[in-house]
Ligand binder design. Structure first.
Ligand code: ADP
Ligand code: MG
Length: 480
């Protein structure tokens, strides 16, 4: 039986539909028209060259698979690009893309005079002629609010994010700027907002773009004389998420275009969500007028999570991955990885990998080994300085006070406790310990240890504090 192009393409679509989400299918595959079948080549028509590039960039593997399925190993796919005046150009214009080759080589196979030079144009998602905009939001669906664990470190940002997700463009948080150090969840939170909007507000168009990609698109659109298309496209978005805007620093042209897009969106009540590794006011190399706009809405920071939040995140991650680690190991990890949640996850994954590969049980010793790769500074033993640092942190005092002469009760207790812990947890002599406390003599250290012991015998709350501190000191790898 001779196959016709419509049947072949219909079969392809059936496979494709199973492999992409509905929105992508509608956006990128429904508009394609099968044109003809030329021996083992299927010729399809796409609305424009961006469309073609998008397909090649994102769906080449899928297309290859489906074409082979329908037309056999020799199967080929060729594209025809519909020109803007809706006139299909002559055969010369079609871009022949042997499906065996990837997107990179596809451009080279452009043939014939007047062929469309697809060069390295990156698709800025433009789909001219489609009135109701359908775009791939570029979101990672696994970043949700459900798995974004709440803690003091992120409460404001998280709840602002939820408010924005409920009413994009309809709150005072516009733009919403989420800032914080690397690995603290900026991308996760920003994408969670986008995913939530898509889930609950069907009609909204969401687009996530990294600043890098955004910049590249601008460069390309300038090259291709398509800046207007670019700007117009972005104006059709209801919720625009631009990640890591610090990368826009010193990129004047990009900032200018972004300024324009920002204004248009804001004026039309569209939601803008930005992330940055620093607060807007510290964005050097950013135009003042942009910074001032960033301050229009809400800037909410993500801070390093406290121990409890780290534990909760790690446990959530374990449940998600179906992992089970001994409690002392998870505690050990969380004591030592403090400032970066990505590292926390990294340690967990390496630990599981190490244990599987080497058929070793997951215990503290293995955790120590793995963590060494993540923690840069390490010393071998518990030092007096380290004890002083942790005690001072615990009592919220500057370390100097422990070494000074102040007789305030709170400080005296912290000082005596540090000496007590130093005596019990280090090998230092009483004399050496005393020297670390502003040159006190050994009898002061003995007296302090006795005072602490008396308190331990009488004050349960104090006792708890001390054992918590002891545990923390012993648990912290940096100084073990
Ligand atoms: P950033 O963009 O700030 O560098 P990411 O958003 O990429 O950080 O987060 C790093 C990793 O930590 C991601 O895997 C993310 O899912 C996870 N993560 C961050 N914050 C949380 C949180 N509060 N709850 C659960 N996972 C989190
Ligand atoms: Mg990020």
């Amino acid at each position: 039986m001779i196959k016709d192009c419509i049947t072949v393409w219909d079969n392809c679509l059936r496979t494709i539909r199973r492999n992409v989400n509905t929105q992508s299918f509608k956006t990128w595959f429904e508009p394609i028209k099968p044109v003809r079948l030329d021996r083992n080549a299927l010729i399809i028509q796409v609305p424009n060259k961006f469309f073609y590039e998008w397909l090649e960039e994102h769906y080449v593997a899928l297309l290859k698979m489906t074409i082979r399925q329908e037309l056999g190993e020799q199967g080929k796919l060729e594209y025809q690009i519909l020109m803007s005046n809706n006139q299909e150009k002559s055969g010369d214009m079609s871009i022949k893309v042997p499906v065996e080759r990837g997107a990179a080589t596809a451009a080279k196979s452009v043939t014939g005079p007047g062929a469309v030079d697809t060069g390295n144009i990156k698709n800025p998602f433009v789909i001219p002629g489609i009135r109701k905009l359908q775009i791939d939001p570029q979101l990672n669906p696994s970043y949700t609010f459900d798995n974004f664990i709440e803690g003091d470190c992120n409460r404001l940002a998280r709840s602002a994010g939820q408010a924005v997700a409920k009413k994009p463009g309809g709150t005072a948080f516009n733009p919403l700027v989420i800032f914080g150090d690397v690995g603290l969840g900026k991308t996760h939170l920003a994408q969670a907002i986008g995913n939530q909007v898509l889930r609950s507000l069907d009609s909204k168009t969401v687009l996530y773009v990294s600043s890098e990609k955004f910049t590249n698109q601008i460069i390309q659109s300038i090259k291709n004389n398509a800046v207007n298309d670019f700007v117009n496209f972005y104006q059709l978005v209801d919720v625009l998420i631009v990640d890591d805007i610090q990368f826009l620093a010193n990129k004047q042209k990009t900032q200018e275009i972004f300024f324009h897009i920002f204004n248009q969106l804001h004026q039309h009540g569209k939601q803008i969500i930005l992330t940055s590794d620093r607060p807007p006011k510290d964005l050097d190399g950013m135009e003042e007028r942009l910074i001032s706009r960033f301050k229009w809405g809400l800037s909410a920071d993500l801070q390093a999570p406290d121990l409890e939040t780290r534990m909760a995140i790690l446990e959530a991650k374990m449940t998600q991955e179906g992992l089970d680690l001994p409690q002392n190991v998870t505690e050990f990890i969380c004591y030592n990885i403090k400032n970066n949640i990505r590292e926390l996850e990294g340690v967990l994954i390496s630990l599981v990998a190490q244990s599987t590969l080497n058929e070793r049980e997951i215990d503290i010793a293995l955790a120590k080994q793995v963590i060494k790769n993540f923690v840069t500074q390490m010393s071998k033993e518990i030092t007096v300085e380290f004890i002083q640092k942790l005690v001072a942190e615990h009592f919220d005092l500057p370390v100097d006070k422990l070494k000074g002469q102040t007789r305030k009760r709170q400080i005296v207790i912290a000082r005596q406790l540090s000496m007590y812990l130093a005596k019990n947890l280090t090998n230092k002599s009483l004399k050496a310990i005393g020297e670390n406390f502003g040159g006190r003599d050994h009898s002061t250290v003995i007296y302090s240890c006795k005072a602490v012991q008396d308190l331990l015998d009488t004050d349960m709350i104090f006792k708890d504090t001390v054992s918590e501190l002891e545990k923390k000191i012993k648990m912290t790898l940096n100084e073990v």
